[in-house]
Design a protein around this ligand. Structure first.
Ligand code: HEC
Ligand code: HEC
Ligand code: HEC
Ligand code: HEC
Ligand code: HEC
Ligand code: HEC
Ligand code: HEC
Ligand code: HEC
Length: 446
């Protein structure tokens, strides 16, 4: 009889532990709030004023966990987990989670193979990879069973957008939706994206601020209707678009998307820009946003200018410098065996990864200073007066012959052999401009 009782108790315990809904009473769930109101008051009030609290979504609804989850721990009568991953949010917001999972954002944590990661670990060291790269991209969160919340301190806190979570899911919804308010108004503002999209290699935030769109936004924030439940451009607000407007938010014809690539026709961050698969549809999606405020001829003119700049960068600088690097690598002409242990690789890297991107991003988002002074101006100066001279010093005959041919026979590059007066005359007559005539279309030669 006694053994049966013990068995019953044990079975009950196992069942309770495996199924949180059964084990955790409303009273236990309610205590999360009453106690945390004292323990972590700020966090409690952020939650209390949120849409979640209004809709009765409580601490336990997000933090509750099954005992079997790798990061679950017993806390005040319930198994909970500190991390709340896209899998957890997706239990109630499935559409958002499904759209987010296949996006580049969700994959942003898979960077260890990249040259960027090589630099972080070789030039820098692991501490900076954690607080730098991984704080934007997301790191792999490790389990440490000796930690009170089971999360290894070196790997968490982390809210990088492509975080690799212990439950197997990828990403962090709170990369954009700041907890515990999870407030719509906040995520519609450019500041949300500006945590990551700024700086020398992708200055979208700075470009936005200098654009007419940014100027209008900061002048009229109070007219942006940021708190509105519905936020359709051209209907619920109209003074200016934000990052969210163009890339994610709804138009009268398109729902909100959590796939940030859904409206991009180019890849403007690659060493040489390429059109995306299905670029026409993606371009239509973006133009559908512009349409809410501009006429067709106006935004199509903008795209023509963007295509022109992108081909200018590709054809004049990106392809030749990439080809030169290919020759040097093939012939083993780069000094030392470790990557980046010589000037040439650094100059080439910044050419496409810094100034080359800035130019393209400036052209895409109406930032003239980034297109030229921070962009092609620096690409050109560094190409002619840093990259080429540094390559020539290596004495690779094939590379030097390629450079000689480029500077002598390519009409975009043979200006050094001419005199200023003739070049100015060619500008006046339009002859120099004609060299680029074919560039103002997405696909060259069409
Ligand atoms: C009796 C008070 C009390 C109750 C009830 C309580 N907590 Fe806590 N909780 C704490 C304290 C104390 C900490 C540790 C705070 C610290 O480290 O500064 C904590 C920490 C946490 C953490 C963070 C753990 C970490 O360090 O990463 C989470 C998440 C959490 N509680 C959620 C909950 C949830 C969900 C409930 C309801 C099931 C709950 N708490 C109930 C007192 C309480
Ligand atoms: C809508 C889901 C959601 C709700 C509701 C929620 N949280 Fe959280 N909470 C999160 C997310 C997301 C994180 C970030 C964890 C991560 O890195 O994944 C977090 C982190 C935390 C942390 C650790 C981070 C810190 O700042 O100390 C504590 C403690 C915490 N929550 C307590 C609570 C308490 C207490 C409540 C109820 C008053 C609550 N949470 C309600 C989603 C939620
Ligand atoms: C238990 C279900 C549940 C979970 C889990 C949950 N939410 Fe929610 N969420 C809701 C409900 C209900 C609403 C209010 C109704 C609506 O807007 O859909 C809401 C609203 C929102 C809103 C709109 C807020 C506003 O200002 O209108 C955002 C953003 C959001 N949730 C994000 C998240 C994120 C991110 C997570 C995970 C960290 C999460 N939610 C987890 C149920 C949940
Ligand atoms: C301030 C946030 C931030 C930091 C810090 C950061 N990145 Fe990034 N990274 C981004 C953003 C944003 C993009 C996307 C740029 C774009 O599309 O214009 C990006 C792009 C990349 C890409 C290109 C991905 C692709 O699809 O082409 C790689 C690889 C990368 N980063 C690796 C790293 C590594 C490694 C580090 C650390 C050495 C690092 N990043 C530091 C925000 C950051
Ligand atoms: C790149 C930033 C970003 C990330 C990451 C992100 N969101 Fe959002 N989310 C937004 C923006 C911007 C909006 C607001 C769109 C609007 O109202 O115009 C939004 C809106 C929402 C809404 C309200 C939807 C509606 O129809 O009103 C929910 C719910 C939501 N997100 C959940 C999530 C969940 C769950 C995740 C993680 C799987 C997530 N978000 C990740 C930017 C993001
Ligand atoms: C926590 C950092 C972070 C935040 C916040 C963030 N992003 Fe990103 N974003 C990235 C990184 C990293 C990438 C590059 C991912 C990759 O390709 O590996 C990226 C890529 C993108 C891309 C290119 C997608 C593609 O398919 O090529 C767009 C567009 C974008 N982000 C828009 C936004 C917008 C709009 C917001 C704000 C609503 C935002 N992002 C917020 C880090 C962030
Ligand atoms: C007026 C609309 C508009 C606004 C506002 C806007 N963008 Fe863009 N963005 C674009 C267009 C157009 C492109 C290029 C689209 C294409 O490739 O067809 C682009 C491209 C991008 C890319 C892709 C770069 C790459 O490497 O391919 C990222 C990332 C991005 N924007 C982020 C942002 C962020 C962050 C903000 C706010 C600070 C922002 N955008 C504001 C229209 C906008
Ligand atoms: C919410 C309305 C709105 C949306 C959506 C919008 N714009 Fe604009 N745009 C404006 C306003 C307002 C101006 C400033 C007009 C002026 O200069 O008098 C502007 C200016 C411009 C300019 C001129 C920049 C300059 O320096 O003179 C271009 C180009 C442009 N927009 C392109 C686009 C493109 C492309 C899209 C879609 C990807 C877009 N806009 C989406 C409102 C919008």
């Amino acid at each position: 009889m006694k053994t049966l009782q013990v068995l019953l108790v044990v079975t009950l315990f196992v069942v309770m532990a495996a199924s949180p809904a059964f084990a955790v009473t409303e009273q236990v769930k309610g205590k999360c709030m009453t106690c945390h109101k004292e323990i972590t008051a700020g966090l409690y009030y952020q939650w209390r004023d949120s849409e979640h609290a209004l809709n009765n979504v409580t601490c336990y609804d997000c933090h509750g966990a099954k005992r079997s989850e790798v990061d679950a721990f017993m806390h005040e009568g319930a198994y909970i987990a500190t991390m709340v991953t896209p899998k957890d949010c997706g239990a109630c917001h499935q559409k958002e989670s499904d759209e987010f999972q296949p996006s580049h954002h969700a994959k942003a944590g898979q960077i260890l193979d990249s040259n960027d990661a090589y630099l972080a670990h070789v030039i820098g060291g692991n501490p900076v990879a954690i607080v730098g790269c991984e704080s934007c991209h997301g790191g792999k969160v490790e389990i440490d069973n000796s930690s009170p919340n089971k999360l290894a301190a070196g790997s968490w806190p982390n809210s990088g957008i492509g975080r690799l979570n212990p439950d197997g899911s990828v990403g962090a919804c709170n990369a954009c939706h700041v907890r515990h308010s999870f407030d719509r108004a906040q995520v519609r503002q450019p500041e949300t994206c500006g945590k990551c999209h700024l700086g020398p290699d992708h200055p979208q935030k700075e470009i936005y601020e200098e654009s007419k769109h940014g100027i209008q936004y900061y002048t009229n924030i109070d007219k942006m209707n940021l708190d509105s439940d519905r936020w359709i451009v051209g209907q619920d607000y109209f003074v200016a678009p934000t990052c969210a407007t163009c890339h994610l938010s709804a138009t009268k014809d398109q729902p909100i998307t959590h796939e940030a690539g859904a409206r991009l026709s180019w890849n403007l961050r690659a060493p040489v820009s390429k059109l995306q698969d299905n670029w026409e549809t993606k371009r239509d999606n973006m133009q559908n946003v512009c349409k809410s405020c501009h006429s067709d001829v106006f935004f199509q003119g903008h795209y023509k200018q963007l295509d022109g700049l992108t081909h200018l960068y590709n054809e004049k600088f990106a392809k030749p410098s990439k080809e030169i690097m290919g020759i040097l690598r093939k012939n083993g002409s780069l000094p030392n065996s470790a990557a980046f242990s010589n000037n040439v690789e650094w100059i080439y890297w910044e050419l496409w990864h810094h100034e080359g991107r800035r130019a393209r991003h400036g052209a895409a988002m109406m930032g003239p200073d980034y297109a030229w002074w921070n962009g092609i101006y620096e690409v050109g100066q560094h190409f002619y007066f840093k990259f080429i001279p540094e390559v020539q010093k290596l004495g690779d005959e094939e590379a030097n012959a390629f450079i000689d041919d480029l500077l002598t026979n390519n009409p975009m590059h043979n200006w050094m052999n001419k005199n200023t007066a003739d070049l100015k005359a060619d500008i006046e007559s339009g002859e120099l401009q004609d060299l680029y005539e074919g560039f103002y279309q997405p696909v060259l030669g069409r």
